[in-house]
Design a protein around this ligand. Structure first.
Ligand code: IVH
Length: 671
């Protein structure tokens, strides 16, 4: 084959592949590959077409903006075409964009508006005499689908405008679904055994393109508006920022976190800030958009093919990539739950090499039809454990291996059982199971439990494997000689460990209760138990009825606690721990109703400057408040320090009050 023939064949193959991916992504809302893989193939095709322009065809994927319209919806021709955006990946691309803009305009510094680039789908909304008369998807940019009935179900969109509006006003925006609404939707879908959406974009698209608008209405779609189409008023606005203001006054939601800046450096700063906040935002974004603020300048600069020269999307690193499942192992947790974990071909996802991903449980494996040998889409977002999003079915090799739940525990060979109606499978070995014991000891020693410094997970594995310890109380029986005989253990480290063990004996009743690892007894419940009963003996003797009196304890937890303290073995370990010197200060049981913060509930997130989160929680509880980890509408306020977690996002979505450290200091000192 000649070189040209080879390249022609390559281009043709890329074309076909991209078209199929396009169709699945845009028309079926069911992507076959991650966006990053799509971009790579598209760039490869673009490169060939640049070198060999004769290979460019009119219907090449490089020539079109979106996908085809579904036949089942009426089609709508856009009076003003719906354009796309040029993408920039590196700061250099953005600096080059700004240089081009300045060269064109012969200006020194340019005013831009920075907006998040939300991952949803573009929509055109036509208002006549203030009433929403038509909503259409972008389709291929020239012709889209009429989704008016569906868009009318979006609660945050005005069906009638307020104030002064032009006779004809076409507003462009993005329909999306927030992270929490996405999670809730998939949870619901799972319950009903319906289709699970791979990502928020597909969920939004899938929900909007429903022929039955009642289904759309049941989905919590969001929208924000960022542009104009046809407008029957020449001077609606002179700048983008003025337009956003005006749209807001008319009742439209505009881009959250949008910012007006001057100069490209400020744009790049905006990018850095949003990238850092990415995981905390209430919505998924795949980058930010910079837009020239002045409309007269936009006219001067104009357009290339399908995108304006006056705007650019600055993309974030992809959170989804392709990898392959090499093997699946089952990890045994503290309560015996078996979690399937995929061993992956090491893959770089947004700068971190990922070689393992959780498969959650057997139900999830069945639902996604995951097999060893499959090529899969993996996702790593923030500090959550990487997960397998979906299988790329068309890349499935002839021979794959189905994944089976082992009949016996991989650590202790005890029977594995699945409870009816629960997706978790559990090893029945209990304290016989070495994996469960290791996890229990790791939990006992952890920072928020007994806080045994310098007792790492690897060391615990070694101590259990060497049979130097079996249960948590054995930790306090370790001797210097025993420790010094361990591999890689110098005398100094051994002494440090013994010191840390000694120090950990001084604890609080609530930490001790938490450290015991009773199923469903987290820090909050442990705290509640301590404050209600005041003494360990009283908790041990409490029956389920009595336990139900404790705030936040329901029947299941009450049963778990009472069951735990009925096991002779557990009582032996507790007695032994106390005998070995574990102790805590006497607890004064307060009548919490009389305290100033009684009945109030707080959630702490992020790093505080003046106290640790635990100290802050102690101070709040001392004033009668409750603290916990779960953000719900019942929470009085979320107190956010530096680098807050997803709790802040959740608080924002639920409209829960948010306080900072200064507010907390005031709250504590006021009382
Ligand atoms: S402006 C001519 N602003 O990204 C400019 N688009 O890749 C048209 N998008 O089709 C788009 N957030 O679906 C603009 N703040 C934003 C956006 C945004 C998301 C989407 C939109 C567009 C696509 C282009």
């Amino acid at each position: 084959m000649t070189a040209l023939k080879k390249i022609t064949a390559q281009a043709k193959k890329l074309c076909e592949q991209l078209k199929r991916y396009n169709y699945h992504y845009y028309v079926l809302d069911d992507p076959l590959v991650p966006d990053a893989e799509y971009d790579r193939l598209l760039n490869a095709l673009k490169a060939i077409e640049t070198d060999y322009p004769q290979l460019k065809t009119l219907d090449s994927p490089t020539q079109r903006v979106g996908g085809e319209a579904l036949r089942t919806f009426a089609t709508v021709a856009h009076v003003v075409p719906m354009l796309s955006l040029e993408n920039g990946f590196k700061a250099d691309d953005i600096i080059a964009f700004d240089e081009r803009v300045r060269r064109y305009l012969k200006e020194e510094k340019i005013a831009y508006v920075c907006e998040p680039k939300l991952d949803g789908l573009a929509i055109s909304l036509i208002y006549k005499k203030g009433l929403l008369v038509q909503a259409a998807t972008r389709g291929d940019g020239v012709v889209g689908e009429d989704v008016t009935q569906n868009v009318r179900t979006i609660k945050m969109l005005p069906l009638k405008l307020r104030g002064d509006y032009p006779d004809i006003l076409e507003v462009r925006g993005e329909v999306y679904i927030s992270k929490t609404d996405f999670a809730a939707l998939n949870k619901q879908q799972r319950k009903q055994d319906s289709k699970i959406f791979a990502n928020p974009r597909n969920a939004a698209a899938g929900s909007l393109r429903q022929l039955d608008s009642r289904i759309t209405a049941s989905r919590r779609l969001s929208i924000f508006c960022y542009g104009l189409g046809q407008v029957s008023l020449a001077d609606f606005a002179a700048t983008h920022s003025a337009m956003l203001n005006k749209l807001q006054k008319l009742g439209f939601p505009t881009p959250p976190d949008a910012k007006s800046v001057v100069g490209i450096d400020a744009c790049l700063q905006y990018y850095d800030t949003l990238l850092r906040q990415r995981d905390q935002l209430a919505y998924d974004i795949d980058g930010v958009v910079y837009k020239l603020d002045r409309f007269d300048w936009r006219e001067q600069i104009g357009y290339v093919a399908k995108a304006p020269r006056w705007a650019i999307a600055h993309k974030f690193p992809a959170q989804e990539e392709l990898s392959r499942i090499l093997d699946v192992a089952f990890q045994v947790g503290r309560t015996g739950v078996l979690t399937p974990v995929a061993k992956l071909e090491p893959t770089n996802v947004a700068g971190v090499v990922v070689s393992h991903a959780t498969l959650h449980n057997m139900d999830e494996i069945e639902r996604k039809d995951i097999r060893v040998g499959d090529t899969v889409i993996i996702r790593r977002a923030g500090d959550v454990i990487p997960e397998v999003v979906a299988v790329v079915k068309e890349k499935r090799p002839a021979k794959t291996q189905k994944i089976h739940l082992p009949k016996c525990c991989p650590a202790c060979q005890s029977e594995v059982m699945r409870v009816e109606g629960e997706s978790a499978a559990r090893c029945q070995g209990g304290l016989y199971c070495v994996a469960q014991r290791k996890q229990a000891i790791k939990h006992f020693a952890s920072r928020r439990a007994m806080d045994i410094d310098s007792l790492g997970n690897k060391l615990i594995d070694q101590l259990v494997d060497k049979q130097l310890i079996k249960h948590v109380d054995d930790l306090y029986k370790l001797t210097l000689t025993q420790l010094c005989n361990l591999e890689r253990m110098a005398e100094k480290s051994a002494r440090n460990l013994l010191e840390a063990l000694e120090k950990s004996k001084k604890t609080t009743l609530s930490r001790f209760l938490f450290a015991l690892g009773i199923r469903d007894v987290g820090e909050v419940t442990a705290d509640n138990l301590m404050n209600y009963f005041g003494e360990l003996a009283k908790i041990q003797q409490a029956d389920e009825e009595k336990l139900l009196q404790v705030p936040d304890i329901g029947p299941v937890v009450a049963q778990n606690i009472s069951h735990f303290f009925k096991q002779a073995h557990n009582l032996e370990v507790i007695d032994s721990l106390i005998h070995l010197g574990v102790h805590w200060p006497k607890v004064v049981v307060k009548q919490t109703v009389d305290l100033p913060l009684a009945g109030q509930r707080f959630v702490l997130t992020g790093t505080l400057a003046h106290f640790t989160r635990e100290q802050a929680a102690e101070k709040l509880t001392a004033l009668g408040a409750k603290t916990g980890a779960a953000v719900s509408a019942k929470v009085t306020a979320v107190i956010a320090g530096d680098n807050p977690g997803s709790k802040l996002t959740k608080a924002r979505t639920l409209g829960v009050k948010i306080m900072n450290e200064d507010d907390l200091v005031v709250l504590l000192s006021d009382k």
